[in-house]
Design a protein around this ligand. Structure first.
Ligand SMILES: [Zn+2]
Length: 468
């Protein structure tokens, strides 16, 4: 604690040029990501199928996946430029103190006359500030979201959602973030106000509880707001999945199908639930596109994550990460020079301190991202090996190739780009690791576009390496 206090006072000096420093970090991060994107763009301009895949992927599919990759990359470039520009200008021209003053004036004008009333407190003001900012961000981001779904994805026949569904999703997400964000945000600020110097220990414990709560509540309360889940009907698939679960000692409570095809068509499978009673959820699109044994191979991979304790370890690492963040935040929370540099000479709202601290921390977060991705890629290899050891290597390889074709995911990646961005190894590496030697074609080209659409993964993901 003493060390933290000393560090805090060392850093609290007008000698540190906070604003230029943060602007430099932001530009540095943007330069790094643009450089990586450019390297990847060059890979996306290649016209020859990677040698390892030349028997599995035909030229037409390859060309189409490259074109799709380039279209996404160009979209990402424009979107990145916009968000970087917005961030830079808002720091440069003091948008934060301006919005803080504006929301404060709303409270003074429309809130209770008594300025000590709880509705005029720092917590209310902070929540109003945050939600105004996030609402404005969402509004400004709508054209991008619209273009992404109805132009980019539509062009490659991946979009499956109607404009009405898209609009309802936007409204639902906004209402949901209000419903969850108000109590959680208020509790977060209240804990910091109440617990003094050692607040970071309490905040850390609180965040851990919220994370565990979210993992439990999300599939029960949130998923049904957006999708419909139905029990998997009796049949070969059901029997075999149950047998697999039993063989591995997986406490399978329910087996359900989710209507992923309603939006785009994230081909996937996942499990949720409590340690002693779990639920496996299969995407309708996955069932439609795969042989029974291929679904089993994918589930074996997922159950590998479960048996090797990957999820628990991920939660453990995430909580260490948040411990580091909040510990450091306690160093910056009282930093007058930081507040002053950003237009807060007198008032020091906690929420503003946390935002500014996030900017200061951004370079180390890039390193954390690099390390986390290296680690999750290792776990993906382990889960593949698990599935392989259960005898599913050919089916796992076949379904990985199928998914790649259906999603038109990039077949090849620049090594620096993938090291930084990808949480999953690239296809050729995974095939090599499970000893795939077949030289037959798994699927012909995506000449049937409706077919291709049925295998699209999460539209928002940077690449299709999110599934499995
Ligand atoms: Zn996995």
């Amino acid at each position: 604690m003493d060390l933290l206090t000393r560090l805090a006072s060392t850093l609290d000096t007008p000698a540190v040029p906070w604003k230029p420093l943060i602007l430099t970090f932001a530009l540095g991060n943007y330069a790094l990501e643009s450089y990586l994107a450019l390297r990847q763009y060059r890979v996306l301009q290649r016209t020859t199928v990677p040698p390892q895949l030349k028997h599995e992927i035909d030229q037409k599919t390859y060309d189409k996946s490259q074109a799709y990759g380039r279209a996404k990359a160009r979209f990402g470039f424009v979107q990145g430029l916009w968000s970087q520009g917005k961030n830079y200008l808002s720091i440069q021209y003091d948008a934060i103190p301006w919005l803080w003053a504006l929301t404060g004036s709303w409270l003074a004008a429309y809130g209770p006359a008594d300025s000590t009333h709880w509705l005029r407190s720092e917590i209310t003001h902070s929540l109003l500030f945050i939600f105004t900012q996030s609402f404005a961000d969402t509004l400004l981001g709508l054209p991008f979201s619209y273009y992404h779904h109805f132009v980019l994805e539509e062009t490659f026949n991946f979009n499956k959602q109607t404009r009405a569904l898209w609009a309802t999703d936007v409204v639902k997400s906004q209402l949901l973030s209000l419903a969850l964000g108000i109590p959680l945000g208020a509790a977060f600020l209240r804990i910091i106000q109440r617990t003094g110097q050692s607040f970071f220990l309490y905040i850390w414990a609180f965040t851990l509880l919220v994370q565990l709560g979210a993992i439990t509540i999300y599939p029960i309360l949130i998923v049904p707001l957006f999708n419909t889940l139905t029990p998997l009907p009796p049949g070969e698939l059901k029997t075999r999945v149950e047998a697999l679960a039993q063989r591995l000692g997986f406490p399978l409570g329910e087996l359900q199908v989710i209507d992923g095809s309603k939006r785009s068509a994230h081909s996937n499978a996942y499990f949720t639930g409590l340690p002693w009673k779990k639920k496996i959820v299969l995407y309708d699109t996955l069932i439609a596109k795969s042989e029974v044994k291929e679904v089993e191979a994918i589930l074996a991979h997922e159950l590998g994550h479960w048996q090797m304790g990957h999820i628990t370890r991920q939660i453990g690492i995430a909580s260490l990460h948040s411990f580091w963040i909040f510990g450091l935040f306690s160093v910056f929370i009282g930093n007058n020079s930081l507040y002053q540099a950003f237009g807060f000479p007198v008032e020091r709202p906690i929420i503003i301190g946390f935002m500014l601290f996030g900017e200061v921390l951004s370079p180390t977060e890039a390193v954390v991202k690099l390390a986390m991705n290296a680690w999750t890629r290792k776990m993906e290899f382990e889960a593949d090996t698990f599935s392989q050891n259960l005898g599913y290597a050919p089916e796992l390889a076949a379904s990985l190739i199928k998914l790649q074709i259906q999603n038109l995911s990039s077949m090849d990646a620049d090594w620096m780009y993938s090291a930084y961005h990808y949480s999953h190894p690239i296809l050729t590496e995974r095939l090599k690791a499970v000893g795939w030697t077949s030289e037959r074609k798994v699927s012909s080209s995506a000449d049937d576009d409706k077919d291709a659409a049925a295998g699209k993964t999460a539209a928002e993901s940077k690449d299709a390496h999110k599934e499995l």
